[in-house]
Design a protein around this ligand. Sequence first.
Ligand code: HEM
Length: 174
Amino acid sequence: MDYVQQRVAQLASNTDTSSSTLFTPLNGLLLAALAYTAYAFLLRPSPPPQLPKEEPAIVFRTFTPRTLLPYNGEGGKPVYLAVRGRVFDVSRGRNFYGPGGPYENFAGRDASRGLASGSFDEDMLTKDLDGPLDTLADLGESEMEALRGWEERFEEKYLVVGKLVAAGEEEKEN
Ligand code: HEM
């Protein structure tokens, strides 16, 4: 009987010991680490998902010589020019067509006649922005050939962002 009592007392004291060892500094640290991990993975609000950056959408627009005019690259705006009714975004070639560039005269304009004739003269550009488009009807075969060459180059290098029509024609287009 003595033995049994002794054994019970021993077991009881063992239990005491084990429950007191539960609260050691190491266990405290582990518990803190576990709590932090749970917080980090489960509770902390995750940052909003980042969508991949997309190129700005290109909206095909109808321009008239007047509405094309502002696209001359000033103030960091895009640079557009038109060749035979097609408006090209030549912003990539800002060094050529942007402000101070060698071909800035074409920026925001119908560049067809100037390119065909290899001339930067002012009278190559449509004077009356609200009048009819330049039909290029008086140009010769070699000039038209030169113009086709420029068009091919632009097609490879730049995006078409719209069409150029005479003022008053845009309602019919939209
Ligand atoms: C003195 C004569 C000229 C010289 C020395 C010259 C020189 C150049 C050079 C070095 C380039 C760059 C080519 C490249 O890196 O792709 C260039 C581009 C160009 N040139 Fe001329 N050029 C002359 C006359 C002209 C004329 C008369 C026109 C038309 C009116 C013209 C229209 C262009 C255009 C539109 C581009 C840029 C094409 C693009 O956007 O990639 N150039 N020129």
